[in-house]
Design a protein around this ligand. Structure first.
Ligand SMILES: NC(=O)c1ccc[n+]([C@@H]2O[C@H](COP(=O)([O-])OP(=O)(O)OC[C@H]3O[C@@H](n4cnc5c(N)ncnc54)[C@H](O)[C@@H]3O)[C@@H](O)[C@H]2O)c1
Length: 269
């Protein structure tokens, strides 16, 4: 059901790779809620061509940008404002990649070149997107920026390796930039800490499907899906949550507040 929650708002949505991507679902919901927006992804990810289908469905323009490259990000904001006809009201950062995870390298043996790459792509890119917006004054007052995180930022999840540290940094950037941007322009910045979700990035993690089932049993409501995450994201982009900022918000069916579930206990017998 649509409520016109984003009517008249202009946005930038990163990270829609294919129809499983969390960003893909956010784009579909943002369109339903009346927003206009630009889709962006790394030029290399465009080669799959899937994003064209989403652009058609949501009547949006695609502007390629490598989120680690400040010049690309500047171009992204300038062209987005030109195309959409004004400053931006919401930004989704839905970007994550760890070479250490991709190559199955254990945390204790992390390769530091890969680690740095992971930090740049998955956390510093968030700072860069905020810093460029700040410098260009590209966001409207009360704009809302959301990035996606995972609970390994707070607790040890061995299989999540360097991404645990990288997500901790991402969440810290949301808090610290949230302070500065809140003071200067009332811009709000939050992270959503999402359940394990079956996407390209998620499924690339060793043991993901076993863990997905484990989390499903631990969460009284079950795992939150990508569609659920899109709904929550839309609420954060809307004016209904205008005083929420600098938060890491769990969106996990109750997982993070559950010590152990009866299902897990009975399986351990
Ligand atoms: N899937 C999960 O289980 C899960 C759980 C919690 C949080 N998250 C987070 O959600 C976000 C979205 O991931 P997803 O699960 O939808 O997977 P996904 O693979 O569909 O999306 C990741 C996106 O990052 C993009 N990307 C990678 N390098 C980039 C670069 N240099 N510049 C611009 N874009 C780049 C990819 O092209 C891709 O579109 C990530 O931050 C991820 O860590 C995922």
């Amino acid at each position: 059901m649509a409520y016109n929650l984003l009517k008249g708002k202009r946005g930038i949505i990163t990270g829609a790779l294919d129809e499983n991507s969390i960003a893909w679902k956010v784009a579909l919901r943002a369109h339903e809620e009346g927003a206009t927006f630009v889709l962006t992804n790394a030029p290399i990810a465009m080669r799959m061509g899937e994003i064209n289908k989403l652009a058609e469905k949501t009547n949006s323009k695609i502007i390629p940008a490598d989120a680690t490259n400040v010049a690309d990000i500047e171009k992204l904001y300038v062209e987005s404002m030109e195309h959409l006809g004004g400053k931006i009201d919401f930004v989704l950062h839905s970007i994550g990649m760890s070479v250490n995870i991709r190559k199955n390298i254990p945390y204790t043996e992390s390769n530091y070149e890969y680690f740095s790459k992971g930090i740049d792509v998955s956390a510093l890119s968030f700072h860069k997107m905020l810093a460029v917006a700040h410098k260009l004054d590209a966001l409207n007052d009360w704009a809302s920026v959301v990035a996606l995180s995972y609970i390994a930022a707070q607790r040890a999840y061995p299989f999540y390796t360097d991404m645990a540290d990288i997500k901790a940094m991402l969440e810290s950037i949301a808090r610290t930039f949230g302070y500065h941007y809140g003071k200067s322009k009332k811009v709000r910045i939050n992270t959503i800490s999402q359940s394990p979700t079956k996407t390209t990035a998620g499924s690339g993690i060793k043991g993901f499907s076993e863990f997905f089932d484990f989390a499903e049993k631990q969460s009284p409501l079950g795992n939150a899906t990508a569609d659920d995450c899109a709904n929550y994201t839309i609420s954060l982009f809307s004016d209904l949550t205008k005083m929420v900022t600098m938060q890491n918000l769990y969106h996990d069916g109750g997982y993070s507040s559950t010590g152990v579930s009866m299902e897990q206990l009975s399986e351990a017998k």
